[in-house]
Design a protein around this ligand. Sequence first.
Ligand SMILES: [Mg+2]
Length: 163
Amino acid sequence: MFKPKWWMKNVLSIDEDFIKKNHLRGLILDLDNTLSMHGSPAAEEGVMEWLEEMRRLGIKMRVLSNNTKKRVEPLAKKLGLEYTAFACKPLTVGISRALKKMRLPKNSVALVGDQIFTDIIGGNLKRMPTILVEPFHMEDKPSFKLKRKLESAIFKRDYSKLK
Ligand SMILES: [Mg+2]
């Protein structure tokens, strides 16, 4: 129930070999921490190019997020993806709705997300393949570290002591 079928570093690791080997025809994609950092209005680096590559392979994609339409719509539009918001994962109702729109059998679609308790359990309840990705962490970004350093210098505060 809690176990993803596959575990990956991030969506960018889903490549042509993987798609072909596992006969996938579609991907249902979580938004926050899967395609972008939580709350960020932009996609993570490389995501746009990765989406293009998936499209080239003929992969159908759809965003499925528990977040609100207000959060999901602008970014989904930017990414050129259809979306289902307020999906209520791990309940399967939103997943079912997304699959219906995609017109693909569920065993040919992988549900991709960063959270076991919503994405993975949802996909497992629906009995479809699941991919757990590690969330994008702002703290790991060099740009964020630089920002912190600058903040420390400017405000004379030692952020390293903060949890
Ligand atoms: Mg997420």
